[in-house]
Design a protein around this ligand. Sequence first.
Ligand SMILES: Nc1nc2c(ncn2[C@@H]2O[C@H](COP(=O)(O)OP(=O)(O)OP(=O)(O)O)[C@@H](O)[C@H]2O)c(=O)[nH]1
Length: 808
Amino acid sequence: MAELDDFIGQEPQPVDDDLFKEPVKKRRRSDRDQRFRAFPSMEQSALKEYEKLESRTRRVLSNTYQKLIQSVFLDDNIPSGIKYLINRLLALIEKPSLDPIYIGLFGSTGAGKSSLINAIIQQAMFLPVSGENTCTSCIVQVSSGCRDQYEAKIHLLSDQEWKEELKNLTKLLHETEELDKEEDAWDRDDAVEEAIWKLQVLYGNGAESKNYEELLRAKPKGKIPTSRIITLKAEEAGELSVKLDPYIRAQRRDCSAESAGTQIWPLIKHVEVTLPKSELIPEGVVLVDIPGTGDFNNKRDEMWKKTIDKCSVIWVISDIERVSGVRAHEDLLNESIKACQRGFCRDIALVVTKTDKLHLLEYLRERKVGNQAIQSQREAVLERNETLKLQRSRILKEKLKRKLPADSKVLETSDLVYTVSAQEYWQQALLTEEETEIPRLREYIRKQLLDKKRRMVTKYVTEAFGLLLLTDSFNSTDNLPNEYLHMSYLRRFVEEKIQLLEKIIDQCFAHIEQPLEEGVRNARTSYRRILSGCLVRSKGNQGFHQTLKAVCLKNGIYASRTLARIDLNEAITQPIYEQIDPVFGGIFRTGKATGSALMPHIDAFKHSLQEKMTEIGIRNGWKYDSCKKNFLIQEISAILGGLEGHILRKKRRIYESLSISVQNDLKSCYEEAAQITGKKACERMKDVIRRGVDRQVAEGMFERAQERMQHQFQQLKNGITEKVKGSISTMLTLASSQGVGLYKELADVKSEYKEMEKLYRSLREVAENAVLRRGMQEFLLRMSPSKVAPQPQNTTLIPGTQPQGSEK
Ligand SMILES: Nc1nc2c(ncn2[C@@H]2O[C@H](COP(=O)(O)OP(=O)(O)OP(=O)(O)O)[C@@H](O)[C@H]2O)c(=O)[nH]1
C-alpha cells in the first residue's frame, strides 16, 4: 500500500504562484475529475488510479521509444530485433485508451427506447419521443464527450447508395402497376406505401409516378451537403433537441414535410449525438437506439446488423403490455441471442418499460401471487415488477441455456431483467426514483466501464512491462553458449507443437459435424412448412403482394420500419441453427476449458512454449532474476495476443455462412419471382419461390450450406496456424538476437525499466484497494439503518427539472 501511495503521491503539486492563472497540472487534474463525475467516489478513486497507471506507463513507453530511435537513428542496418522493439513500442504508445462500449437499446417502435435514454441522461425531452404521428426513424447513438457544447452529426446515404435504393423503390412501384385489381387494388401494402412516401418526401408530390431515370434528373426538395454529413451544434440540450427533431423523427405519411430535416429524412443513415461532459453517462459509453426491424435500404440494413453486432451489451426493450407472448418481442430476443453468437455481445438484459401502466382492478382480479392485501396502485406495481422479474428471468435463462453454452457468462448474471418506468422517473407520483430502476441501469453502465478499464489497464501495463524487460535484456553483453544449438532445438519443438495444435483444432471443430448433419436433415424435412408459414398470411394475399415483391428484390430479406422483419433465407436455415447453436457457442467461448472450446487450447499451446523458453533459458544459464526470466514468455502472449481478435472476427463469417449460402443459391429464383406482374401475381410469385426452393433443395442446397460452413471452419484453422507460424518465427528471431552483443550501444533504459517495474507492481495494489473499498462500503451499508420504503410524492415534476435522488 505504501508503495502505491508513494506512486500516486509522485505527481508534483502545482504551485499557485499566480492566482489568476489556473496551473496546467491542476487543470488537467480537474478535467480528469470532471470526466469521472458520473461515478460515486469509491469508483472514482479506482478509475483515477487506473488512469494514472496508464498515463505513467505511456510516459515510460514514450521515453524508451525516444531513446531507442536516437540510438539507432543513423545506423544503416537496424537489426531485426530492434526493429521489432521499435514497432511494438510505437503500437503500444498509439493504442487508444479505451474502445467505446456500445450498449444497444433494441426494441420495437414505441417500446420506450428514446424515453429511456432521455431518463438515463436526465434530459426529459431530448430525443424525440414517439407521439401518435411519429417515431424514431434511424439508428441514433448518444454519448458524452469532453466539450462544452451539444453536437449532432447526421450521416446521409452516399449518392451511390441512394441511387441503388431509388432503383429498387421505382421497381417496386412501377413493376406492380398492372395489379390484379381483385387482389390488391384497395389495399396497398406497407412496402408500396413506404416507397411512395419516401419519394414524395424527397422530390415532392407526383414523384411516385416518375421512373428511375426521371427521378435521377429530379432535384430533391431539401439541401443535401456534398460531404453527406450535417453537423448541428448548440449550447443547450433543448436547443439541439429542437434542431435535431426533424431529422430523427419520421413523420407519418399523411403529415406534410416542410422542414429541412423532414425533407431529407429518407437519406439519413444514422445520427451521432454527443453531449457535453455528463454526470450520468461516462465518457466511453455509447447508448444506441436501435429500431427493431432493420431497413429496406441495403446499406442501412447492413449497418443495422453491424450495429447490433458491435454492441457488447444488448438491452432488449419491451413494453410491459407486449412482453408476454408477442411475436415481435420473441424476434428481438432471438436476434439479440444471435448477436451473442456471431458478434461481440457478452451481456443481454431484458428491460421492461412503462411499468407504471397498471389497471388496478384488473390486476387484483387476475392476481395469482402474494398473500398480502394490496392497498394501492404503487404496491400493485411493485408486486407485479417482482413477479415479472422472477418469471421473465427464468424464461430468458432457459432460452439462453438452449442457445448458448452452459457456462456462458451471461447465464451467471443475477440481473437479467429490469423493470423501469421513464415516466415515473420524472413524475414520481407512484414510485421513488430508485424504484423506477433508472439508477440501476446507470449503475450497470458504470460497472461495464469500470470493468473494461480495469481489464484494459492491467493488460496494457503488463504488456508494457514485458516490452521493457525485453528492451533491457537486449543490452546484456552476456554471450550464450551453444546458442544456435538451442535455437534449432527450440525451432523443432515449436514445429511439433504447431502440428499438435492443428490436430487439436480439427478435433474442436469436429464437434460441429454431427449437429450440422442433423440440422441439415431437419431443414430438409421442415423447409416446406417454414416457407408456407412465411408466405401465407392469415388475411389472405391482401396487401401482401408488394411486400413479397420487396422480399424478392432484396434477395429474400425485407425490413420495413413497421412490419416484422422477413428473412426467408434465415427462416429456412433455422432448423440447422437450432441444432448447431449451443455447440457453436461452445467452440468460441472463452474461459473454462472444455473439449470443444478453442481458446483454452490456444492458451495451452502458448503455455507450452512459455515453459520451453524458461527451460532453455535456465539451461543456457541466462543470468536473470526471476522476473527477467519471464521476458520472452511475456512477449509470447503479446505476439499471440492478436489471435483472439482474429478468431472473433471470423466467427461472424462462419456463423452467417449458412444463410448466405442459401441466399446465393436462391438468388435466381428471387430474381425470377421479382419480375412477375399482372394477374394473380402474388400467387405466381409464391409458386416460383416454392418451386425454386424445392429445386434447390433437391440439388443439395442445405448440403452446400453445410459444406460452406465446414469450409469456413477450415479457413479459420489455416488462418490460425499461419498466424501462429508467423508469430513464432518473430519470437525465434528475438530469442536468437538476444545477447549476441549486437546491442551494446543501445541506449540505457535502466531507469525506464525500474519505473515500469514499479508500475507493474502497483497493478496488484490498485486491484487490492478496489476490493478493500468495496468491502468497506458493503460494511457501511450493512451498518446503516435499514431503508424505509419512501413515501410517494404527490407533486408532479415538470419534465426537465431535476428530481432529488440518492445518486446526485
Ligand atoms: N406510461 C408510460 N409511457 C411511456 C413510458 N416511456 C415511454 N412512454 C410512452 O411511449 C411512447 C413511445 O415512447 P418512445 O420513447 O418514443 O419509444 P421508442 O421505442 O423510442 O419508439 P420509436 O421512436 O418509435 O423507436 C410515448 O408516447 C411515450 O410517452 C413510461 O415509462 N410510462
